[in-house]
Each structure stands twice: as structure tokens, then as C-alpha cells.
Design a protein around this ligand. Structure first.
Ligand code: SIN
Ligand code: FE2
Length: 211
């Protein structure tokens, strides 16, 4: 196993089963207020295989016309995103090592055949805060590389309850999800995997006044 990039952390079984169940209930409420929808790739309009929604003051969205961006409202319903559940805010405070709060939490839902190609999270203005992600439900094969697309990559499994932190030099590391392993978790009644990704988007006013 090669060394992971600096600032990368994998915290296996960070959440116990009761915490996972409670978080699934919170996400059910989020999805009732802000339904999962099928995002489109910029320019081509090709549908992504992952279904998405968000919670927080900002949500990450993509469509053919306007591409990747953050916005305050759900692209289908037009209403503001629901707040980030307290349990997620607590996880951020515990692991992020940042003095800012997350503004966005992307909710990704993977069915048995969904995947996510190698990409960087770089639509945020504040790249000093880490990306903190929580996995629930079926196990996936997660891939991570360096900050250049053709850097070597390595893959490993993320199980339900695992937390991943992309901070420091790994904040802009390429990463993706190669595949889901169906039937590996009883957490979600109908199977699949939920990934919750918290991010700070805007620099704080204080940070903006610094040189
Ligand atoms: C993402 O990079 O947006 C999702 C990563 C994951 O599903 O673990
Ligand atoms: Fe990502």
C-alpha cells in the first residue's frame, strides 16, 4: 500500500450502528424536503449515475447549461436547501480541524450500478477547510490519487459508518468511486449507498481581509 497524500484521513467505523441509523433518519427528512434528482454533466447534458440533493445554506449542482456551481436553492423545486443535520455538524467539528463551519453538504445516492469518475472538489473558494465525507449503506471501492490527473492512484473500500477527510495537501486530490458492492450492508432497506460530503465554500469575511 502506497502512502496516502498528506492531510488525507480514513476513519473506519467512525459512526456506530445507532449513529448510522439516526443519520439515515435525518437524511430521509432532508430528501423529503429536497428530493434526489439526476444531475447532468456540463455541456454534454449526460445524466450522472449518482442521484443528488443537498443540505446547508449552499448546495452543489450541475446541469448542461450552467455547469458545476453552488446555489442556495434546489434546481427542481426552487426552494432553499434544508439545514445540515446536527449530527453531521458535530462530525465536522470533531474531525475538520477548521475554524469555519461547512456551508454545503452534498447528498449522493448510489444504486448498485452507480459510480463516480475521478475528479477534484475545486468549486469552493475556501480551499483551506477540508472536505469531510461520511459513508452509509453498501460498501464502495473508493479511489484516490494525487493533485494531477495522471498521478498514481490507489483504491480501498469504504464501509458504512466510515469517515474520510481530504485536507491539507490532499484537499485537491483526485478521487472517485469505482463501484458499489451490492448487499454488503443492511442499513438501507432497499440497498445502495449514501455519501454525505460537507464543504466550506466561501472564505470568511475575516479571511478576506488578510493579505
Ligand atoms: C464525491 O466525491 O462527491 C463522492 C465521494 C464518495 O461517494 O465517497
Ligand atoms: Fe468529490
Amino acid at each position: 500500500m502506497k502512502a496516502f497524500p498528506d492531510g488525507f484521513r480514513h476513519l473506519p467505523a467512525y459512526l456506530d450502528i445507532e449513529q448510522q441509523r439516526a443519520l439515515v433518519e435525518d437524511i430521509r427528512a432532508v430528501v423529503l424536503a429536497a428530493p434526489l434528482y439526476i444531475p447532468e454533466m456540463p455541456r454534454t447534458g449526460k445524466p450522472m449515475s449518482v442521484r443528488m440533493t443537498n443540505c446547508g445554506t449552499l448546495g452543489w449542482v450541475t446541469d448542461r447549461e450552467r455547469g458545476y456551481r453552488y446555489q442556495t436553492t434546489h434546481p427542481v423545486t426552487g426552494t432553499p436547501w434544508p439545514p445540515i443535520p446536527q449530527q453531521l455538524m458535530t462530525i465536522w467539528r470533531e474531525v475538520a480541524d477548521a475554524d469555519v463551519e461547512p456551508e454545503a453538504c452534498l447528498v449522493n445516492f448510489y444504486d448498485d450500478t452507480a459510480r463516480m469518475g475521478l475528479h477534484q472538489d475545486k468549486d469552493e473558494q475556501d480551499l483551506s477547510a477540508p472536505v469531510v465525507s461520511v459513508s452509509l449503506g453498501d460498501t464502495c471501492l473508493f479511489r484516490i490519487g494525487g493533485t494531477a490527473r495522471n498521478d498514481p492512484t490507489q483504491s480501498f473500500r469504504l464501509n458504512s459508518g466510515d469517515v474520510v477527510v481530504l485536507g491539507g495537501r490532499s484537499r485537491l486530490a483526485f478521487h472517485g468511486v469505482d463501484r458499489i458492492f451490492p448487499g454488503t450492508s443492511p442499513l438501507l432497506k432497499n440497498g445502495g449507498r449514501i455519501n454525505l460530503t460537507m464543504r466550506r465554500v466561501n472564505r470568511t469575511a475575516q479571511a478576506e481581509t488578510l493579505p
